[in-house]
Ligand binder design. Structure first.
Ligand code: WTA
Length: 659
């Protein structure tokens, strides 16, 4: 992303926090922030212990805050017990929130359903009792493959209530990806829907589950529970399939939460790494929930009167921490949205903010960039055509936000009065790590600014030494924190090797390159590994390469990222076929076939934007593919590097031409 990094690093605008916001903020002013930083740096265990006692209800209090006897396998609050669902729901029945709206659900077609905390509690209890009656218990694994819905939150919370470990799979993933996750996690239960509605169309979900379960290796799955979303025809296996509403309705509304150890896995969420196989990131119960709740209060300045809206899908970590867990633990009212930002038109987000009087809006740069384009094209869809005066805080997540998009968001959505929290974090970190605090931090468009208290983020070189301000390096977290990844499910070795390389002195390696400026603000420069960020979604280049070479026509493939004005990065694939290099219409036809194949193998989000065919790939004499050169070629730039080590320099010419 070289061009945008250049513009980012020359950015000099600074926006101090508005006085009106500071006056009412949960963390108000620099001194309050500094006091928290100091407390955490002086006595980390005292700091985290205090927060865990103040913010969570423990059925058995912990006596040890951090067990670091076996790094990097850290344990937090390790002898304490609690239940996550009780901390999200039951607490709100006794603190005056019972009749408060917990979720305002808006369906793709615009229908609105609201549930109070009491109603949500009842639905979770009934569904948890149904799971219990089917024999599901602490430690079992459930795959959740559901559309954005109240039912998705109910399913996740019901698992948490019983100590069943959930693994949510984004509804856009293919049956093959689903199968990979079902078998890797050893699921005994799948929770899905007949279909999901997106942009006015029904997209079937259950057939992908049926296909995945038919692929073999899923014998442990005893039931597939189906939420009836559209009521369309579905194939049914009477021995395995159950309707969610049928099994829940006859249950009691009382389901005692099962206390679990603080370290009990709450969920496993698969994410892309630099090798072919996605990693099952394992999160804890106590430490994870503590941070989901605290960051609601700190980063999002959660107030009882807020209407919070995070536009992520529960299939990603953002939807876990800032839909299913954080907002409920903080007793907030939140909007849950089934649809897409462009249906029925590109004014959808702004209309929903207006209709539901949203105060806090959290979305991804990709969505902002695509809505900028749409509102330029049609003024009726411009945020200025809506009443957005309810907004008081904006957020951004998932990828770097370019200063142009930041300014547009600030002026047109935030009316120049709302702070923007540009939150840097990852599936592995569980919650925000580097972000402005809206009542404290002067904002710089394009920078995620400063670390949260207790988070020891730093920029280091390849030996772990600190890098001075203004120089690039690896983004690391020096000390463990409660919501950190605990391991990669079933692969502790990979956990240790990927995140704690020995040369980095035991620091957590985030996989991002970054630099700090003279004010200590962080500027993220993108991944340092073979992971792409397409529309805020992580995608391993090796994953896409493996999918391509699994096609019968393909001999070899190399995948790289290219900067893209809307999606941040786009996938470009260089392919060598087993037969001669196609040209013209044939190349277009085979390109389409391969793109559809990748969508089927992984999911539509992984589809290469462009495929180029060559008789070969640029390789060194030892046979190593020179991806570095392919990145230059993919951008349409001239190769200026020395190519004398290449075995076949002429191939670059062939690959420079788009089909
Ligand atoms: C990128 C999403 C710049 C980064 C929560 C990270 C960001 C990866 C930001 C994690 C941000 C996330 N500014 N880059 N505010 N937030 N990233 O696991 O490269 O889907 O490593 O978690 O997204 O993506 P993940």
């Amino acid at each position: 992303m070289s061009t945008s990094i250049e513009s980012v690093l020359h950015e000099t605008r600074v926006f101090p926090p508005p006085a009106a916001f500071v006056a009412q903020a949960n963390v108000s002013g620099q001194a309050a922030y500094q006091a928290l930083l100091d407390e955490a740096d002086r006595d980390p265990n005292g700091f985290w212990g205090r927060l865990a006692r103040e913010n969570l209800q423990w059925t058995k209090p912990f006596t040890q805050v951090l067990d670091e006897s076996n790094p990097p396998f850290y344990k937090w609050f390790g002898d304490g017990e609690l239940n996550v669902s009780a901390n999200c729901l039951d607490v709100n029945l006794v603190n005056g929130n019972a009749d408060k709206i917990a979720i305002i659900f808006e369906a793709d077609g615009g229908e609105v359903v609201k549930v109070t905390y009491r109603q949500l509690h009842e639905r979770v209890c009934k569904f948890a009792n149904a799971l219990k009656s089917l024999g599901y218990k602490v430690g079992d694994r459930a795959i959740i493959y559901l559309p954005m819905s109240i039912e998705a939150v109910v399913a996740m919370q019901a698992c948490a209530r019983l100590g069943v470990i959930h693994s949510v799979v984004f509804g856009g993933f293919s049956s093959k990806s689903l199968h990979e996750r079902i078998t890797d996690v050893g699921a005994s239960l799948v929770i899905t829907a007949d279909a999901q509605m997106r942009g006015g169309k029904a997209i079937a979900l259950k057939p992908a589950v049926d296909e995945a379960l038919g692929m073999g290796g899923c014998e442990a799955v005893r039931h597939s529970i189906v939420y009836r979303r559209t009521g369309g025809e579905v194939a049914w296996d009477a021995k395995r399939d159950l309707w969610m509403h049928e099994i829940a309705e006859k249950q009691s509304a009382d389901c005692p939460p099962v206390p679990v150890n603080a370290e009990h896995p709450l969920f496993i969420l698969y994410t892309s790494g630099s090798t072919g196989k996605p990693k099952g990131v394992q999160h804890s119960s106590g430490g994870y929930l503590l941070w989901a709740k605290l960051t609601m209060q700190w980063t999002f300045d959660a107030k009882p009167s807020d209407i919070f809206w995070c536009t992520a899908d529960v299939g990603w970590v953002t939807g876990h921490s800032y839909i299913t867990y954080g907002p409920l633990a903080a007793g907030m009212t939140q909007v849950v949205f089934e649809g897409v930002p462009t249906y029925p038109d590109a004014g959808r987000f702004w209309k929903m903010i207006q209709d539901h009087k949203v105060t806090t809006f959290y979305t991804a740069p990709t969505a902002i960039r695509s809505l900028i384009k749409a509102s330029d094209a049609n003024a009726a869809h411009h945020p200025k055509s809506f009443d957005l005066s309810s907004l008081r805080l904006l957020g951004s997540v998932g990828e770097p936000i370019n200063p142009e998009a930041w300014m547009w968001y600030h002026i047109n959505v935030g009316g120049e009065r709302c702070p923007i929290v540009d939150t840097w974090w990852q599936t592995e970190t569980g919650g925000h790590m580097i972000t402005p605090l809206p009542g404290v931090t002067p904002l710089k468009p394009g920078s995620c600014t400063t670390r949260l208290p207790g988070i020891t983020a730093a920029i280091v070189d390849e030996t772990g030494g600190d890098v001075e301000a203004g120089h690039g390096g690896f983004l690391v977290i020096k000390r463990p924190w409660p919501s950190m990844i605990r391991t990669i499910w079933g692969d502790p070795d990979r956990y240790q090797k990927s995140y704690f390389p020995s040369e980095l002195r035991g620091y957590y390696l985030a996989g991002d390159g970054a630099q700090c400026d003279a004010d200590g603000c962080f500027w993220i420069m993108g991944r340092i590994d073979d992971v792409l960020n397409v529309s805020g979604h992580r995608l391993g280049t090796m994953e896409v390469e493996s999918a391509l070479v699994a096609h019968e026509l393909v001999a070899e493939a190399a995948v790289v990222g290219r900067p893209d004005a809307t999606t941040g990065e786009a996938v470009v694939a260089f392919v060598v076929l087993k037969r001669s290099r196609p040209e013209g219409d044939e190349a277009i036809a085979i390109g389409k076939q391969l793109r559809d194949w990748v969508a089927k193998e992984i999911g539509p989000i992984a589809k290469p934007k462009e495929i180029r065919f060559g008789e070969n790939l640029p390789k060194t004499r030892s046979g190593k593919i020179m991806r570095r050169l392919l990145r230059v070629v993919a951008k349409g730039e001239e190769v200026t590097q020395d190519v004398s080590t290449l075995e076949n320099p002429a191939i670059l010419d062939q690959l420079s031409k788009p089909v």
